[in-house]
Design a protein around this ligand. Structure first.
Ligand code: GCW
Length: 696
């Protein structure tokens, strides 16, 4: 089929007129990285030739039609609304069933002066190709030189929404939930399509729509109908829907007396439930389950194991779908080092999970801290399909204030050598690549989707890394910046540099030298190292830092909790000695004296003070750099980001002042020479409350 050039040209002309008249909205961030801003000069004239005629061998397939439309619309926007030049136009041809290309989203793009050819093993590959072409052109690549040959590294590239049906998002900092359950299934808001586009443009192909702290009623028929509407809308975008399932649902909504996974009635209930869902959603992905963790019900309530629970649900789904079982577990009664508990519970179950079960493991053994070593379960369960869980929303990294570009955090984990996996030990990326990667979504009803403009980069980076974990954080930052702000090379370089250092700055002023979990109770915002009276020991910051007059840090060596022994010996050896360990993990694995000498000669106390001070210098420098970029960034977003940066500097100073006041109260040491005085008393910092913090 040929797409009517006439209509396209007319639409393009209207778009051009609008653009000349100025955009209807200022840059409010809604368009994300899909702005398709026209390049200037030579770039613009090169694009003029592209996109006159788009053909495909099966244009009626919904995903192929979408790929054609997305490319056509995107090119029109890149051309500034101008029609493709007549006559000289480059033809574009999609072949979306090319047996020479792998299925599952792979594609090739080949260009020369006269044509652009796209080949994929199945239609979704064509859609990904369309977005990839726009991404390349968006960065200024010459259309005649387009040459792409890509395949996703991981089959499951998934967002986990912690969205509740009432619209509140657990650990959400960008407004209310984007899912309007009340009006579904009759009404599907336009955001649901824009959301699918954004995901598909990154290759994200699976979405868990509800919180892992799940409500059983979301498995009731009326919710299945709502979910089916979403599934229908997202199918052309290559997105499958999943549900978080509450393990006690057979009791909660099924009228049974038990949810014991070995009870035949329970098994029959889940089978019937799965059948009911598949009748409405034939490509339903499956269930995500948080069980026996933080008060959620699970198989252990009946003396059964995680494997018993997961396998029962897996049998109910059959080969139609997958059970994703979370390894984020820790027990109130267990006094073992909390970071050891998931390994202790799950590692012995290796080999016991059904084929359609995936165990989903957080990047680190604690809980999405600014910095953690990789989770020791990676590499330790070779007979189980393991998936990586990351957090895109910044629960412990300043939430939606300031900047924390998380690709470097995720890369640290993906690139970590587990020391396990045979003669050639595997990295975490190699272990999870055959399975997938999940990110706890940071989307919300805010106009810019993610609360701050820079948090869009985390959604973007998550998708890009799940597609290809060997991309560098810098490449991703640059491509995002070019599409989101400007193609100006120097500006891109400077913004990428700000992004790359941002997570380290957050770690430096909240959790320096391997400290962790010092955040405020409940909302996890701001400093509370003094908190020591919460019901469970491992909810207290003092449990993690263990500071007293002699020293600070958590001894996880053989002399302490022994957590180090959960890692492969070659890896444990790198971290075993406080004198040689990479300082960023020092206090995670070691308890040291305040006068312990750090490499370079400073005492621990001096160095701790210096870390806070360096972070402040870094943040001030960034504010200045951003000010210098004013001419290159639209006023609306420039101002919003400047405000974010100012807030972060204020918060970093608060973190430093409150933390130093507290450390001093336990070690009795004077501030190191040259340190800025602490403006308020420890009592004043302790007395601060802010019930307005999201997540309270
Ligand atoms: O990080 C903690 C959060 C909880 C969350 C839990 C989990 C969904 O504070 O809000 O609950 O982890 O991952 O299950």
């Amino acid at each position: 089929m040929m797409r009517g050039k006439g209509i396209v040209n007319r639409l393009a002309a209207i778009a051009a007129a609008l653009l000349v008249a100025g955009p209807l909205h200022a840059e409010d961030g809604y368009a994300l990285w899909l702005r398709h801003a026209p390049p200037e000069g030579e770039g613009r004239s090169r694009l003029a030739r592209l996109g006159g005629l788009i053909v495909a061998n099966n244009p009626d397939h919904p995903t192929v039609a979408l790929a054609m439309r997305e490319l056509d619309d995107g090119l029109a926007q890149l051309r500034g609304g101008a029609a493709a030049a007549d006559g000289a136009a480059t033809g574009i041809r999609f072949d979306c069933h090319d047996p020479a290309v792998a299925r599952g989203g792979a594609f090739r793009v080949m260009a020369d002066k006269a044509s652009l050819r796209i080949a994929a093993g199945e239609p979704v590959g064509c859609l990904y190709a369309a977005y990839a072409i726009l991404r390349e052109l968006g960065q200024g690549v010459d259309p005649a030189k387009l040459a792409l040959d890509e395949a996703p590294a991981m089959p499951l590239r998934m967002l986990n929404h912690w969205d509740n049906p009432d619209g509140h998002v657990e650990r959400g900092y960008s407004g209310r939930s984007i899912f309007d359950w009340w009006h579904l299934p009759e009404k599907l808001g336009p955001r649901m399509i824009d959301y699918a586009r954004a995901n598909a443009s990154l290759g994200i192909n699976a979405v868990v729509v509800n919180n892992v702290n799940a409500r059983a009623f979301m498995l009731e028929p009326r919710y299945i109908a709502k979910l089916a509407r979403l599934a229908d809308a997202w199918r052309p975008y290559g997105i499958r829907v999943f549900l978080s399932a509450r393990f006690s649902a057979p009791k909660d909504i099924g009228g049974l007396a038990t949810a014991d996974p070995l009870d035949p009635q329970v098994q029959a209930w889940w089978r019937a439930k799965a059948d009911e869902i598949y009748a409405a959603i034939p490509d339903f992905g499956g269930f995500l389950v948080k069980a026996n963790s933080e008060g959620q019900p699970g198989p252990q309530d009946y003396g059964r194991t995680h494997a018993d629970g997961a396998n029962m649900l897996a049998a109910a789904l059959g080969m139609r779908g997958t059970v994703i079982w979370r390894a984020f577990v820790y027990q109130a009664e267990d006094t073992t080092d909390r970071t050891m508990q998931a390994y202790a519970e799950f590692q012995p179950l290796d080999g016991q999970f059904a084929d359609n079960v995936i165990v989903q493991i957080k990047n680190g053994p604690l809980d999405f801290q600014p910095r953690e070593p990789f989770h020791p379960l990676f590499g330790a369960m070779p007979k189980t399909r393991l998936m990586l869980e990351t957090q895109i929303t910044r629960e412990y990294l300043g939430q939606a204030t300031g900047i924390a570009y998380l690709a470097p955090l995720w890369k640290e984990v993906l690139d970590a050598d587990t020391g396990r996996g045979g003669p050639k030990p595997k990295t975490v990326a190699q272990i999870v690549s055959p399975v997938g990667m999940a990110g706890v979504a940071n989307t919300g009803s805010d106009r810019n989707w993610t609360g701050t403009h820079f948090d869009q980069a985390n959604w973007y980076a998550f998708g890009r890394l799940a597609w290809n974990p060997s991309l560098t954080s810098e490449d991703i930052a640059r491509e995002w910046t070019a599409q989101t702000f400007t193609r100006d090379t120097e500006t891109v370089r400077r913004i990428a540099a700000m992004m790359l250092g941002s997570r380290d700055l957050v770690a430096q002023y909240t959790a320096p030298l391997g400290l962790a979990h010092l955040m405020g109770t409940g909302h996890h915002y701001g400093p509370s190292p003094w908190v020591c009276d919460l019901e469970r020991p491992d909810w207290n910051p003092c449990y993690y830092h263990r500071a007293d007059k002699d020293g600070i840090g958590f001894d996880r060596t053989a002399k302490g909790s022994g957590a180090l022994a959960q890692y492969a010996p070659s890896i444990a050896a790198q971290w075993a000695d406080a004198a040689t360990i990479d300082e960023k993990y020092l206090l995670w694995f070691h308890r040291v004296r305040w006068d312990h000498r750090i490499k370079g000669g400073d005492t621990l106390w001096e160095r701790l003070a210096a870390e806070y001070a360096w972070a402040e210098i870094g943040l001030r420098g960034r504010i200045q750099s951003w000010e210098g970029l004013r001419p290159h960034i639209d006023a609306e977003r420039h101002a919003a980001i400047a405000a974010d940066m100012a807030r972060e500097l204020k918060d970093a100073r608060w973190w430093r002042d409150a933390s130093m006041a507290y450390w001093q109260s336990v070690n009795g040491l004077p501030l190191p020479a040259g340190a800025r005085p602490i403006p308020e008393s420890l009592e004043a910092y302790r007395a601060r409350t802010f019930p307005e913090a999201p997540g309270q």
